[in-house]
Design a protein around this ligand. Structure first.
Ligand code: MN
Length: 236
């Protein structure tokens, strides 16, 4: 048993070097894994499963090859690629996870999430998230042409960059009270997420017992992943 966890690759047709690193990861580390969990923001933007940009095809093919070779691959929506849907799953053999997914590794219950829902100090972000995740917004967005959707995605990313620049680091990190409430709700001692781009293993006490929050890093400069096997958990 070896489970791999990645998130926040932010793969973008305009940045082929990151796509290359992902392909290398799929050919090497992922090849020996039994399970691969992609916990959101695999893509810098996903405007719909009908995006026909040929530069994205190798990414889907790499996932397809992994699932064909017996690696169980699961993807979760991030705040950038929440429109990944059935067609994406059919093309890659991946299965889609919910916003929270409770799994067991070596008998240990582990809660997986992208991480943005834990950033409850950032009220402006949570309000925008609510809007973009609404069925109405998504239905309307998907009726637009691919070109129109690309333009809107670019505008949203610019808006997001401006928002981020205006916020303090604290506001954009997880809220510890929300973390603990969520872990109690799902009855877990281990929480694994990405989104904040602050890779670390945080150890703390939850209701008198040891708990940990494992945070995946972003792939802008280098690969970041967690490998969990019989020997334990390792953040690289
Ligand atoms: Mn994110």
């Amino acid at each position: 048993m070896a489970a791999l966890f990645i998130s926040d690759l932010h793969l973008d047709a305009g940045h082929p070097e990151t796509i290359q690193r992902f392909m290398g990861f799929m050919q090497q580390e992922a090849r020996g894994a039994t399970e691969l969990y992609i916990l959101g923001d695999l893509f810098e933007a996903w405007i719909g499963d009908d995006d026909d940009d040929p530069r994205l095809t190798p990414i889907l093919s790499a996932l397809r090859e992994a699932t064909r070779n017996g690696v169980s691959c699961a993807v979760m929506h991030g705040n950038r690629d929440f429109l990944m849907g059935e067609q994406f799953c059919a093309a890659t053999g991946c299965r889609l996870l919910g916003d929270y997914e409770r799994i067991e590794i070596n008998g240990e219950p582990v809660l997986l999430t992208h991480g943005d829902l834990l950033c409850t100090d950032d009220a402006r972000y949570q309000a925008l998230r609510g809007q973009l995740r609404s069925a109405n917004w998504q239905r309307e967005f998907l009726t637009k042409t691919v070109a129109e959707r690309r333009k809107i995605a670019t505008d949203l990313r610019q808006m997001s960059a401006a928002e981020i620049a205006a916020k303090t680091d604290d506001i954009m990190d997880v809220n510890q009270t929300t973390v603990e409430r969520t872990m109690r709700e799902f009855d877990v001692r281990v929480l694994l997420h990405g989104h904040t781009h602050r890779p670390a293993i945080h150890r703390f006490t939850l209701d008198g017992r040891p708990a940990q929050r494992i945070v995946l890093g972003a792939w802008y400069e280098q690969n970041s992943f967690v490998r969990w096997d019989e020997g334990g958990v390792k953040l690289t």
